[in-house]
Design a protein around this ligand. Structure first.
Ligand code: ZN
Length: 508
């Protein structure tokens, strides 16, 4: 007898509904799985047989053929264990209900326990889009799957629980949503009030956060560049519900979600080490997986000691920085992952680090300086909207009694500037100034002929590429938004220009 169930497979960051068919064939006892399974699925035969027997059922000596459809994509992971087990029980008349009534995903242990899967939230979203109403998930995935409120979630701990769900003995899960949307500034990030002085740097960081602009901080060692970067999550606004679901999806598929977690509502902050490979950073691999830039989607990618990253890694960043997604192609197929992140980088300005320092003399030769800088010059430097020098803080400032502003206050201004951007672009537009198209820049960053030729001349003098033109105007727009000004003014352009000063020093 042919039995059918539904499960879900993961491709990229999406889930696909998979039909699991089990047929009993004539012939010697056997168990084969067809439809492009990976090695993990092929190994599931032993798990499923043990789980069925250890849950009080029989695994009769018959010839089972399991077909996973559609056959067109490579199925990976152990998501299908539950579905295969249920179809086997049905095909051998050990259960009476229709196992196709509720889709399910879960890995079985030898004892019949159900283990968590990756991508539960993507599965719930796909089922909703395809008109399904219910989903059985491993207990650990329950809160994540519940984020899609249109789908009824049934969490299970064992194979016997799954049968209990079909027989109506386990009720639909109702999550505790009271704590869902009111978490404050995460307290594991440092606060800007702990950063002494550095007011001009803080101003640049605030602008970057308000408009989601890429930021490069350069300065001597010990100036506090990474400390400042780590304060950034504390001034970023909470994610909208849509972005929150997107972010949770990529973390779920990347296997970075703590089981039991619900939606991620704060922007992620990723800090890859400079020894990271290009695959670790942008994603890929035999079966394409997500990299750091995708885990930083809707948040911040902080690259400390930017120049120390391998050259191929920096080059691999160029496409996603332009397109806000990354396409990786491998033998198993081509997939696209979202990668709309704010790049924050820190670097020494030269080998010894003291090129612009007021007290310590730089020991590098002009050749060394040029060579050092050439690694980020050109196309990569072009992708930073804001470059800011972080000086060492003088002793008297460190000991000063001047109270520094708290992150929460800065966050309020950032939120206000974001609201202005949201209402300007409307529902279908971008959420932030840095994501404006060229046409939008012309419309919303209008400057008169006089200011426009002033900007062009300044750019020529500062050795800036033509593509910087739009970036400078976008930053000007953000500064105007922070100031609450409707029109972009010359003072805003001047400040934005001051954040593009690196090229000039290196004469490249
Ligand atoms: Zn130096």
């Amino acid at each position: 007898m042919l039995s059918k169930t539904y499960s879900l497979g993961i491709v990229g960051v999406d889930a696909i509904v998979v039909e699991v068919e089990v047929d009993l064939m004539k012939g010697l006892p056997g168990f084969s799985i067809i439809g492009l399974p990976d090695s993990v699925i092929k190994e599931s035969k032993d798990r499923i047989r043990s789980a069925i027997e250890n849950s009080g059922f029989e695994f009769p000596p018959r010839n089972f053929i399991v077909n996973l459809a559609p056959a067109g994509f490579k199925k990976q992971g152990a998501n299908f264990d539950l579905s295969i087990a249920l179809a086997i029980l049905h095909s051998t008349n050990q259960t009476e209900f229709n196992p196709a009534a509720i889709p399910m995903a879960g890995e079985l242990s030898l004892t019949g326990e159900v283990r968590p899967v990756r991508g539960a939230i993507a599965m719930a979203i796909t089922l909703y889009r395809n008109g399904f109403k219910k989903l059985i998930v491993p207990y650990e995935n329950r809160n994540e799957a519940c984020a899609v409120s249109e789908i009824e979630i049934y969490p299970v701990k064992t194979l016997e629980d799954v049968i209990a769900v079909f027989e109506g003995r386990i009720p639909v899960y109702t999550p505790d949503r009271s704590s869902d949307w009111d978490d404050p500034v995460p307290d594991n990030y440092p606060d800007f009030s702990e950063v002494c002085g550095q007011e001009s740097v803080k101003r640049a960081v605030e602008i970057a956060a308000a408009g989601h602009h890429n930021l490069l901080m350069y300065g001597p060692p010990g100036a506090g560049k990474s400390m400042i970067a780590k304060c950034i999550p504390g001034i970023l606004p909470r994610l909208s519900r849509d972005k929150s679901i997107e972010t949770t999806m990529v973390h779920s598929i990347g296997g970075k979600l703590n089981y039991g977690d619900g939606l991620i509502s704060l922007p992620p902050f990723r800090t890859p080490h400079h020894t990271a490979s290009d695959i670790a950073l942008v994603g890929g691999g035999k079966i394409p997986g997500v990299g750091e830039i995708t885990l930083a989607h809707n948040g911040v990618l902080f690259m400390d000691e930017f120049i120390e990253f391998k050259n191929n890694v920096l080059q691999a960043l160029r496409q996603p920085l332009e397109d806000n997604f990354i396409t990786v192609s491998r033998a198993a197929g081509t997939v696209s992952f979202p990668a709309d992140f704010m790049l924050v980088a820190s670097s020494n300005p030269c080998q010894c680090g003291f090129l612009f320092d007021e007290d310590v003399e730089c020991k590098c030769t002009p050749m060394q300086i040029k060579k050092y800088f050439s690694k980020i010059a050109g196309p990569i430097l072009d992708r930073f909207d804001i470059e800011v020098y972080v000086p060492r803080v003088a002793y008297r400032q460190l000991m000063g009694k001047i109270e520094s502003e708290k992150s929460l206050h800065i966050k309020r201004r950032v939120e206000k500037a974001r609201e202005i951007q949201l209402s300007r672009f409307g529902e279908n537009g971008p959420e932030v100034n840095s994501r404006m198209s060229s046409a939008m820049v012309k419309k919303y960053c209008y400057v008169d002929e006089h200011d426009s030729s002033f900007l062009s001349n300044a750019m020529k003098r500062m050795n800036l590429s033509p593509r910087s033109f739009f970036r400078i105007l976008k930053v000007s727009r953000t500064i105007a938004d922070i100031e609450g000004e409707r029109e972009v003014q010359k003072s805003h352009i001047l400040e934005a220009l001051s954040y593009k000063s690196l090229n000039r020093y290196y004469d490249v």
